[in-house]
Design a binder for this molecule. Structure first.
Ligand code: SF4
Ligand code: SF4
Length: 136
């Protein structure tokens, strides 16, 4: 997707992508392989409790994801969580209307449909069921 981050100030990186414990372990292994970066889980992730279980989310620093650099780019882009890849799709049938790429049919319908399909197939079923996450 073509993003002009001057329009949105990387809005999507001010939301927390929630991951299962297994997904965090996979992400850490991928980042080590791709970027030769050792992520200490305690330093980079915080816990999020839901009704179905306990999850993890990237820590936020001054209202933005810990992985966002000064240029508002993701430092682990090639390994970013699936929820980050699927944005602006934020649920099986919901998009974040605040994303400038969504308005006035800027996002082609086939691309949107593909993202929603991926959401339904790839996002953990427990996460899909959660209504609210309590960060601890
Ligand atoms: S992991 Fe990367 S893409 Fe996802 S919210 Fe953080 S900075 Fe943005
Ligand atoms: S997906 Fe939307 S909010 Fe995120 S960088 Fe692109 S235009 Fe901005």
């Amino acid at each position: 997707m073509d993003c002009d981050i001057r329009l949105c100030d990387s809005l999507c990186c001010r939301n927390c992508a929630v991951l299962t414990g297994e997904e965090v372990a996979e992400l850490i292994a991928k980042v080590k392989k791709e970027y030769a970066l050792e992520l200490d889980p305690k330093k980079y992730f915080r816990k999020a409790k839901g009704e179905q279980g306990t999850y993890f989310a990237a820590k936020m620093i001054k209202g933005q994801c810990i992985f966002l650099n000064k240029e508002k780019r993701c430092r682990i882009y090639r390994c970013r969580p699936t929820l980050c890849e699927l944005y602006p799709v934020i649920d099986v049938d919901a998009v974040d209307e605040r994303c400038p790429a969504v308005g006035k049919n800027k996002l082609p319908a086939d691309m949107l449909a593909a993202l929603k399909k991926r959401y339904s197939e790839e996002i953990d079923d427990r996460i899909k069921l959660e209504q609210v996450f309590k960060f601890i």
